[in-house]
Design a protein around this ligand. Sequence first.
Ligand SMILES: Cc1cc2nc3c(=O)[nH]c(=O)nc-3n(C[C@H](O)[C@H](O)[C@H](O)COP(=O)(O)OP(=O)(O)OC[C@H]3O[C@@H](n4cnc5c(N)ncnc54)[C@H](O)[C@@H]3O)c2cc1C
Length: 323
Amino acid sequence: MGNILVFLEQADRRLRPAALSAISLSRAIHKASGGKLLFVLIGDSVGDAAKEAAQFGADGVLTVEAPALKHYLAETYAPIVARIAKEQGATTIAGCATSVGKDLLPRVAGILDAGVAPDVSGVVSAKQFRRAVNAGNALQTIEVLSDVVVVSGRQTDFPRAAASGGSSPVTAVAAGAIDAKGAEFVELQTQKRDRPDLTEARVVVSGGRGMKEGKNFAILEQLCDLLGGALGASRAACDAGMVPNDLQVGQTGKVVAPDLYIAVAISGAIQHLAGMKGSKVIVAINKDAEAPIFQVADYGLVTTWEKAIPELLAEIKKIKSAS
Ligand SMILES: Cc1cc2nc3c(=O)[nH]c(=O)nc-3n(C[C@H](O)[C@H](O)[C@H](O)COP(=O)(O)OP(=O)(O)OC[C@H]3O[C@@H](n4cnc5c(N)ncnc54)[C@H](O)[C@@H]3O)c2cc1C
């Protein structure tokens, strides 16, 4: 087998949690295939993030810096990753299946004429991977037959890697000619939230259609703030305009696997479960004892949120003030 090249996402001079999941994926592949493990970081100033990446036991960390690479564009990043893969003799190119990874990696595969294993949840061998299908109800094992394999890992299935110490050599690689092929970065619209990102939070509190109105989510936000968590929602709640669409958890929303997931007034449709059933502890609050969410819940409260949440808030505050 050849070498493994891992694309690491970074922002604000730090590795993103997705990069740590990509490292976990690559370690599993490395165990199966051997070869050199190489990380690549691209941007306009990636030095600090590269130093951080150097502590994860790779054979080398490659950096590509240029002002034109400040903002991610698949058109500019994909040819660079593909070129470096060829230069470094990489036969596996890996990353995390984030929105960036899902955009970038198939393009890299296109350039390299490689097969893709997208959004995998496990590594069987260097070319065989496990992935969830049918809204997470079945696992398939897929084999990539091409010489070069491009693989993206589902962030929730690959825990954030811990640094292994040491310091890998960091090497700057020339960006070469950058051609955005007519694509242009216009602006990044982000919502500044004080809470953690939904896909990275250790606690997620989600509300469903049973919350009835958008303003009722304020009480769930209080719970999030007490627990240091992120707010999520079912599709029905998003579609009804109660909360923004980017809070949607599920098959067609975000996939989360926090330590604690609290589902409030959510029935537990299969498409919602597909996005949260990997959570370590699931708490469900629903007035209907027959709601399917109770089938996956570790703890269930059959009651209304109007009764349960104020009591929960009062108890948590009491415990917090006592400690
Ligand atoms: C292709 C496809 C993709 C989809 N993708 C997603 C997805 O990504 N994410 C997703 O969530 N859904 C998705 N759906 C929709 C999914 O099928 C469900 O319709 C949706 O999850 C239902 O949301 P809900 O549980 O909030 O609403 P409902 O099913 O209406 O459930 C509301 C729940 O609230 C409870 N309730 C009502 N009042 C109270 C109260 N006062 N206190 C406590 N409990 C109360 C009720 O008992 C009920 O169980 C998808 C559907 C399709 C077809």
